[in-house]
Design a binder for this molecule. Structure first.
Ligand SMILES: Nc1ncnc2c1ncn2[C@@H]1O[C@H](COP(=O)(O)OP(=O)(O)O)[C@@H](O)[C@H]1O
Ligand SMILES: O=C(OP(=O)(O)O)[C@H](O)COP(=O)(O)O
Length: 485
């Protein structure tokens, strides 16, 4: 069984949580894709920052086009009414319940150590306050069991106020008379942050009575909590039954545009890079991407299960013995679908699972007993890089090696730099949450990527082709496309 254990996710910060061609050598690439101008390329992200309504309209048009062109259920059902569809006439003086994902990492002194999710929540809130709404902002933080002071949302207030340029008020509770009093005193264009919604166990139980109480605070609902959209909780799903309209915020919409829209109708060639520790946790993603991509590059701990399935010696590398058949069938499936599946041709091996392990580069077919592969080697980096040069869209999920150890972060960092380089050349680059986001941030190239997901679990579910309850519950924007399905 596996002898190399990956660091546990709980030991990492949120950010950190947060080739030998063995398939067909050079299978012909499928062509096709969506009409020009309908790719959610970087220009859309910039447009969203400058004028969210513009981005909304471009994105809606693209989603409508992709739905009718391909008739895919996932794309059509993800076409949701947007906050950008609401005007000042809809919003002025209205109480708007905004569910955001402000689940940020805090240090021992309650300082925010990564404010990505706070910054990502700003465009929606800003749009609402500019249009005269009264924003009732809700989020969870951590996984508290009941009221737990260290999980209070109080540390969020200064950063939110700074980013919004107004003083955000905070309620001491989530529902109840005190909160109602604060809401009734809100002036237009203000923000009231509710306390951690998970202080109520009814939240995660999606209790209808609790959802009704949340809803009673407001006139309409905006869900911008992408990172929590895979949870059917009272503030993400239940509340929509009592508030109309229920619409998507700009962040949620952008995540869907990239993780569903760009992946369903990519500019081709479309490459997927999948890494991480185990093949078992990425089966759904690999199977789903095999239906869509032209090229699949595999890295991380999972490659050793593929090597072993092909009869190679893997030393004491991470192997899932019960997934050998699965690995063989995934290779066969790639061949059948005409997808170029590349495994690394060389690896960096270590004599122990530790940052100071002795290491050497060996061909994938020559891992000695007692040594374990912890990163992809230089030939693989070169080969993956030249393959990526041919692409127009790349999605990446999972590191190429044990990037938490500097010695074995080289492959992951090289891929991050390559994607940054391609992004600069107009390739759509999507980083699908989890540890690859941490790697991109570590290399300092996060800003140049087309899209970096703010949700690990949520992006994984989307990439597996699942629908997210927090999205499904929102009002539809496109009715014509649905009726064609
Ligand atoms: N060769 C390897 N052997 C053991 N663990 C690995 C290897 N390559 C990567 N990992 C580990 O995989 C973990 C990330 O896996 P996973 O959680 O599946 O990815 P993600 O968070 O991106 O979805 C990292 O902690 C990394 O150290
Ligand atoms: O951090 C989150 O998810 P992620 O770790 O999968 O990115 C979200 O805030 C969801 O939190 P949860 O997994 O406690 O529901």
């Amino acid at each position: 069984m596996a002898s190399a254990a990956a660091p546990t996710t709980s030991s990492l910060s949120l950010a950190a949580r947060r080739a030998a061609a063995v398939g067909p050598a050079a299978a012909p690439l499928r062509r096709g894709g969506l009409a020009a101008g309908c790719q959610p390329a970087r220009s859309l992200a910039f447009a969203a920052a400058a004028d969210p309504r513009l981005a909304t309209h471009v994105a809606s048009r693209c989603r409508a086009a992709s739905s009718s062109a391909r008739g895919t259920r996932a794309v059509a059902t993800m076409a949701k009414k947007s906050v950008g569809d609401l005007t000042a006439a809809d919003l002025e003086g209205k109480r708007v319940f905004v569910r955001a994902d402000l689940n940020v990492p805090l240090d021992d002194n309650q300082n925010i150590t990564d404010d990505t999710r706070v910054r990502a929540a700003i465009p929606t809130i800003q749009y609402l306050i500019k249009n005269g709404a009264k924003v009732i902002l809700s989020s969870h933080l951590g996984r508290p069991k009941g009221v737990t002071p260290k999980f209070s949302l109080a540390p969020l207030v200064p950063r939110l106020s700074e980013l919004l340029g107004i003083q955000v008020t905070k309620a001491e509770d989530v529902i109840g008379p005190e909160v109602e009093k604060l809401v009734s005193g809100l002036p237009n264009g203000s923000v009231l942050l509710l306390e951690n919604v998970r202080f109520y166990k009814e939240e995660e139980k999606n209790d209808p009575e609790f959802a009704k109480k949340l809803a009673s605070l407001a006139d309409l609902y905006v869900n911008d909590a992408f990172g929590t959209a895979h949870r059917a909780h009272a503030s993400t799903e239940g509340v929509t039954k009592f508030l109309k309209p229920s619409v998507a915020g700009f962040l949620l919409q952008k995540e869907l545009d990239y993780l569903v829209g760009a992946v369903s109708s990519p500019k081709r060639p479309f490459a997927a890079i999948v890494g991480g520790s185990k093949v078992s946790s990425k089966i759904g993603v690999i199977e789903s991407l095999l239906e869509k991509c032209d090229i699949l590059l595999l890295g991380g701990g999972m490659i050793f299960t593929f090597y072993k399935a092909q009869g190679l010696s893997v030393g004491s590398s991470l192997v899932e013995e019960d997934k050998l058949e699965l690995a063989t069938s995934l290779l066969a499936k790639a061949k059948e679908k005409g997808v170029s599946l590349l495994l690394p041709s060389d690896v960096i091996i270590a004599d122990k699972f530790a940052p100071d392990a002795n290491s050497q580069v060996v061909p994938a077919s020559a891992i000695p007993d007692g040594w374990m592969g912890l990163d992809i080697g230089p030939d693989s980096v070169a080969s993956f890089s030249s393959t990526l040069e041919t692409t127009q869209t790349v999605i990446w999920n999972g590191p190429m090696g044990v990037f938490e150890f500097d010695k074995f972060a080289v492959g992951t960092e090289a891929i991050a730099k390559k994607l940054a380089d391609l992004s600069g050349k107009g390739v759509t680059t999507i980083i699908g949450g989890g540890d690859s986001v941490a790697a991109v941030e570590k290399v300092g190239v996060a800003d140049v990527m087309s899209h970096i997901s703010t949700g690990g679990g949520a992006s994984l579910e989307l990439l597996e082709g699942k629908e997210l309850p927090g999205v499904v519950a929102l009002d539809e924007a496109v009715t014509v496309a649905r009726s064609k399905l």
